[in-house]
Ligand binder design. Structure first.
Ligand SMILES: [Cu+2]
Length: 127
C-alpha cells in the first residue's frame, strides 16, 4: 500500500513537472509581445504591398503582420537578413528591432506574374 501511494505520488509529481514545463514553454512562444512592439499590418497582392513604405524607429521592436490575398508572395529584406513566405489565408508575423536608421528595400522574391519585378517597397528606419 505504501509503495502504491509513493508510486502514485511520484507519477503525479512527474506529471506536474511536465505540465509546468509545457505551460512555461507555451507562455514563452504564445505570449503576445504587444507591450512595446510597434505593429504594422501589411497586405500583399499582385503586385503591391500595402503599405509599401513601412516606417519604424531604430531600437524599437516591431511586429510586421502580413496577409496575402492571392499568392504565396515572398518578403525579403536583404540588408536586414529577413526572408519569409506569405501564404494566403494566414497571417505571417515577422519580429524585428532595426538598429540603424536608414532605408531598407524589400521585395517579393517568389515569381508571381508579369508585375513581379515591381513588387517592392521600403522600410524606413528613423532615429
Ligand atoms: Cu511576386
Amino acid at each position: 500500500m505504501d509503495l502504491q501511494i509513493s508510486k502514485g505520488w511520484k507519477i503525479g509529481t512527474a506529471c506536474l513537472a511536465i505540465l509546468a514545463l509545457v505551460s512555461i514553454g507555451a507562455a514563452h512562444s504564445a505570449a503576445p509581445k504587444t507591450g512595446k512592439e510597434r505593429v504594422v499590418k501589411v497586405v500583399a497582392k499582385r503586385f503591391i504591398y500595402t503599405p509599401n513604405e513601412i516606417i519604424l524607429k531604430a531600437g524599437v521592436p516591431a511586429r510586421l503582420e502580413f496577409t496575402s490575398l492571392d499568392f504565396v508572395h515572398g518578403f525579403k529584406v536583404p540588408d536586414l537578413d529577413i526572408r519569409v513566405d506569405l501564404p494566403p489565408g494566414k497571417v505571417t508575423t515577422v519580429h524585428l528591432t532595426p538598429q540603424k536608421a536608414g532605408v531598407y528595400d524589400f521585395l517579393c522574391d517568389n515569381f508571381c506574374g508579369v508585375g513581379h519585378e515591381e513588387m517592392s517597397g521600403k522600410i524606413i528606419v528613423k532615429d
